[in-house]
Design a protein around this ligand. Structure first.
Ligand SMILES: [Zn+2]
Length: 547
């Protein structure tokens, strides 16, 4: 459509610049939004493009317009690119619980660790953003100009009519509040506000904890076994069972647990088919400790229930995590946040917890529940084992060969070696915790121990990617191990192959604690004779849960 009958070179140039900016901006918007949203965002972005196409005379106005159009376009593009990154990496929107929860719950050290793990992926997206900014700058500088001597070199009626219709549609967009709120300049400050609100909600959960304790009292739990009891629950982070030699992995990552198994035989119940139903820490912990029941149902909390039944409860954690401490940890009688000091990443190895656990085990209380929350193999993997303790460095073993054959990049293979070194170090901690539980108290006193991971981890298992993974089964494949010195009869053989889901773990823990109450769902206790498996609904297709 001609802007005028005789176009000059600068006019053609400015038209090209406007068209190019519109096209590239639309592509950025489409990266981060879907369907109708793309059109809505495009209309919100349109006014500045109309201005860019509108011939201006004054050099001052031109300069102002260049700056305004550039800032405007970059805001929309960054919005699309950040959303595109989150969608691509986590299949999640910025305002969703996963991203909002993780962002609100990260301290400076965790953020730094996150960047050091994800910088390659992020660098690609950042390059995209940079490329766009440069291009947008060039386009903004080449907006339509009107020479001083041709006051009438204006617009055809068609163009004027089009511009009017477009601006009218934009006005409608800006008039609608839910639509307007999508504008990056409004959306992101609101998003930061939501983070602060969430942090505020977490900062004092005393009221919620009091209610959880009342709720547990009302359930009137009783004990089915008299005498002293010690139960240790080890919750770890980001361990994928496929990387444990105990589960058949090709690298010798679990010599200590295998040694325990050799001693204990069937008494050490290794649940071969264990699954988490969440791929990130916060929802996984909530589900695990709240009996897998939704918040709206006012669910029981395992720690509150144990206290109501007469247990003294410890929460010993290597996580510096406000939400988990407030929602779960502070329900315990004794809270040890060992990794409280931010910035001591190198000293935050899980061995730091062992002394605290030993102290708890020596406490004279008759009934004890000791919950240990490990860092496990949470990214960044290389920080999860002592310096130099990576025997898989430079090894050309079967695992490496398989990864090369599957087309995994060099950096994902390097992450896999670091991840396996973290699992190897983790093995020594987990086996030590089991040994400590076995050694505590008089030989005949009741002791039980359960170990599981909050979720799995993708380290080149399915994708050429390393990290939390809601979209691949690797994000949900966890180890789960149970030991108890009573009942002395070895567990039946089929127990180990029963599929197990971590959101039901509290039902099994209640069994290990010998707690009984009305409303107990024994069909969800993997140790119970009447266990009834129900496959969870995961955001990813799982071929078989018996695998
Ligand atoms: Zn986690």
């Amino acid at each position: 459509m001609p802007l005028s009958n005789h176009t000059t070179r600068p006019q053609r140039m400015s038209r090209r610049a406007t068209t190019l900016l519109a096209a590239v901006l639309l592509a950025c918007i489409a990266l981060g939004h879907e369907g109708r949203r793309v059109a809505q965002l495009a209309l919100l972005a349109a006014p500045m493009l109309v201005w860019l196409a509108w011939p201006v005379h004054s050099a001052g106005v031109h300069r102002t317009r260049t700056a305004a159009v550039w800032l405007w376009a970059v805001a929309f593009a960054l919005d699309g690119i950040v959303r595109g990154y989150l969608q691509h990496t986590y299949q999640a929107a910025p305002e969703g619980a996963l991203v909002l929860g993780s962002a609100a719950n990260s301290n400076a050290r965790e953020s730094a660790e996150y960047f050091s793990t994800q910088w390659r992926t992020m660098a690609l997206w950042a390059a995209l953003a940079l490329g766009f900014s440069v291009l947008a700058g060039w386009c903004a500088m080449h907006g339509a100009r009107r020479p001083a001597d041709s006051p009438q070199a204006g617009q055809s009626r068609w163009v004027l009519a089009m511009a009017c219709v477009l601006l009218l549609a934009c006005t409608l967009g800006y008039a609608s509040k839910p639509w307007r709120r999508l504008h990056p300049v409004l959306f992101w400050p609101n998003w930061v506000q939501s983070l602060q609100t969430l942090r505020g909600q977490w900062s004092d959960q005393q009221h919620t904890r009091d209610r959880a304790l009342q709720r547990a009292q009302a359930a009137a739990p009783t004990l089915t076994q008299t005498g002293p009891a010690t139960v240790v629950l080890v919750i770890t982070d980001s361990i994928n069972r496929d990387n444990l030699a105990l589960y058949g992995y090709g690298r010798p990552t679990t010599p200590q647990l295998l040694a325990q198994q050799a001693q204990l035989g069937n008494q050490m119940l290794v649940l071969r088919n264990a699954w988490s139903v969440d791929a990130s820490t916060l929802p996984a912990m909530r589900n695990m400790l709240n009996f897998g029941q939704p918040e709206s149902d006012d669910p029981l909390h395992l720690l509150a229930l144990a206290r109501a039944a007469g247990y003294k409860v410890w929460w010993i954690s290597n996580h510096d995590d406000m939400a988990i401490e407030q929602k779960h940890g502070r329900l315990a009688d004794v809270v040890d946040m060992v990794n409280r000091t931010p910035g001591r990443a190198s000293a935050s190895l899980d061995s730091e917890l062992l002394d605290c656990v030993q102290e708890a085990l020596q406490d004279p209380a008759e009934r004890k529940l000791v919950v240990v929350h490990l860092m496990g193999a949470h990214p960044h993997y290389s920080l999860r084992f002592p310096d130099g303790a990576n025997p898989f460095q430079g090894s050309k073993d079967g695992v490496e060969t398989d990864l090369i054959q599957a087309g995994r990049s060099a950096w994902v293979r390097k992450f896999r070696r670091e991840y396996d070194a973290a699992v190897l170090y983790h093995d020594s901690i987990v086996a030590e915790l089991l040994q400590m539980t076995r050694d505590t108290g008089a030989p005949q006193t009741y002791r039980a121990w359960m170990y599981l991971s909050d979720h799995g981890q993708e380290v080149g298992h399915v994708n050429d990617y390393a990290g939390h993974s809601p979209s691949t089964p690797a994000g949900y494949r966890i180890p789960a191990i149970i030991w108890r010195n009573q009942p002395p009869t070895p567990p039946s053989a089929d127990l180990a192959t029963r599929p197990f889901r971590a959101d039901w773990a509290a039902w099994t823990l209640a069994d290990l604690l010998n707690i009984q109450w009305t409303g107990q769902t024994l069909s969800r206790d993997v140790l119970a004779p009447g266990y009834q498996w129900q496959a969870p609904v995961l955001p990813v297709e799982v071929g078989s849960f018996a695998d």
